[in-house]
Design a binder for this molecule. Structure first.
Ligand SMILES: [Zn+2]
Ligand SMILES: [Zn+2]
Length: 428
């Protein structure tokens, strides 16, 4: 096998990292520092607990909020990566099914989660969009959701069409919230860019530049992204067959995320595909582990990140073995809540320790009192009265005797009077 100078350098870096690992490892020097371990004092954690660590001005933190596949499972959401920058900006790359729950566990104010970049329009890459559109607003986003995504070969195959239809799908949902909640966040702003653009700038604000280039997956339309800020480079590859643009524009990334599908035998054994379909999907529509390794050997990132496979005790070994046939550099086999802290001098990989029973995170901007004007505007647009008809109101079964005391209790608690609604009138 031919060894290039760069390849040799990589081997030396890995060897140095291994040496450092031994030097700081607990087993290596436990005899020396055993007396330093206090039976009562707290020790430094080796996990990331959200909202307990400052992000340094020059630091990037990336959190996997979805690393799985189109087939849903509780253990892994589908594609979603959160990028947090030391300048305060945050970006979501893809928003696959199930990722909204992971995002909620991070307890980040939703005003800060308003920028989403979509690699393509498969449900496992944007299936949670509706949850951030509605749920994000109810949990404190008071600004519109900004969505960037590719065009397609026809207008109906583009991001703007998909988002417009999502808004239409939620017509009843939104109508049913007008006048009852602060709905300023139930709004979207779509920027659809040309999917054929090669290393084109699709975002340039506040020192952050995001570029896109085409990916090869299923049909025309998918793309991959790079984000550059403060001399750090993050690359997010959506689904793709290995492609020349990724090789060229992902080169020298600090973090290079690229899909890596489960090995073909497991596609047959676990997904029930025929061998023909497994070979097609696992090697031609997606990137096989051996091909993932070949891509990473070529672009040589500080950290290669593989996702888009179910990471189980009986699948991970085969994926790793196959990747290592073609790549021997730094590697993260991603799973949900894996965290990467990156500066020019350091790159740390940990898992997040998160809460599942979360409520709304703190508000980053004050909530507004719901306005009936919102409902009236929609009533006018739809040409109907939004609310209850007399037929429905007549169906109310009287529980005033137990509800009126609740109003009195609230009034006593906060020192003002809350008028009990007239049960014969529509809810308002
Ligand atoms: Zn896809
Ligand atoms: Zn996918």
């Amino acid at each position: 096998m031919k060894k290039s100078g760069a390849g040799l350098a990589l081997v030396l870096v890995v060897a140095a990292a291994v040496a450092i690992g031994y030097l700081v490892g607990r087993t290596g020097d436990s005899a020396v520092n055993a007396q330093d371990v206090s039976p009562t004092e707290a020790r430094e954690r080796d996990v990331y607990v959200p909202n307990t660590e400052d992000l340094a001005p020059d630091e990037m933190r990336v959190i996997a909020c979805g690393t799985g596949m189109p087939t849903t499972r509780a253990a892994q959401a589908a594609a979603c990566f959160l990028v947090e920058l030391g300048n305060g900006d945050k970006f979501l790359f893809d928003l696959g099914s199930g990722s909204a729950e992971r995002i909620s566990s991070l307890q980040i104010p939703y005003d800060y989660l308003d920028k989403i970049f979509l690699s393509h329009l498969h449900g496992d890459h944007f299936g949670a969009l509706g949850e951030l559109y509605i749920g994000g607003s109810l949990m404190g986003r008071h600004v519109p959701l900004r969505i960037w995504g590719p065009s397609g070969a026809a207008p109906e195959l583009g991001t703007a069409y998909a988002v417009q239809k999502m808004e239409e799908m939620y017509t009843w949902d939104v109508a049913g919230r007008l006048g009852m909640a602060d709905v300023r966040g139930i709004a979207v702003e779509v920027t659809e860019f040309d999917y054929t653009g090669v290393n084109q700038v699709v975002y340039d604000e506040n020192g952050v530049v995001i570029r896109s280039w085409p990916a090869i997956h299923a049909i025309d339309g998918p793309v991959s992204f790079s984000l550059e800020w403060n001399d750090l480079k993050f690359v997010f590859g959506g689904d793709t067959y290995p492609n020349k643009w990724f090789i060229e524009y992902a080169r020298d990334a600090d973090l290079a995320i690229h899909e890596c599908f489960i090995a073909a035998p497991d596609i047959v054994a676990k997904l029930g595909f025929t061998p023909e379909a497994a070979l097609l999907v696992g090697t031609q529509i997606h990137t096989a582990p051996e091909a993932f390794g070949k891509v990473m050997s070529e672009i040589r990132p500080r950290m290669a990140i593989a996702y888009h496979f179910f990471k189980d005790w009986d699948t991970t070994g085969d994926i790793l073995t196959r990747i290592q046939k073609t790549y021997d550099g730094p590697l993260s086999l991603a799973e949900d809540f894996m965290v990467w802290n990156v500066t020019k001098d350091d790159l740390r990989v940990r898992m997040a320790l998160v809460e599942e029973r979360t409520w709304s995170p703190p508000l980053a901007s004050p909530a507004a009192v719901p306005s009936m004007a919102d409902r009236e505007a929609m009533s006018e647009k739809l040409g109907v009265e939004i609310g209850y008809t007399d037929f429905i109101t007549d169906g109310k079964w009287n529980v005033d005797d137990v509800l009126i005391p609740i109003y009195e209790e609230a009034g006593q608690a906060v020192g003002r009077t809350f008028a009990y609604p007239d049960p014969t009138q529509p809810n308002d």
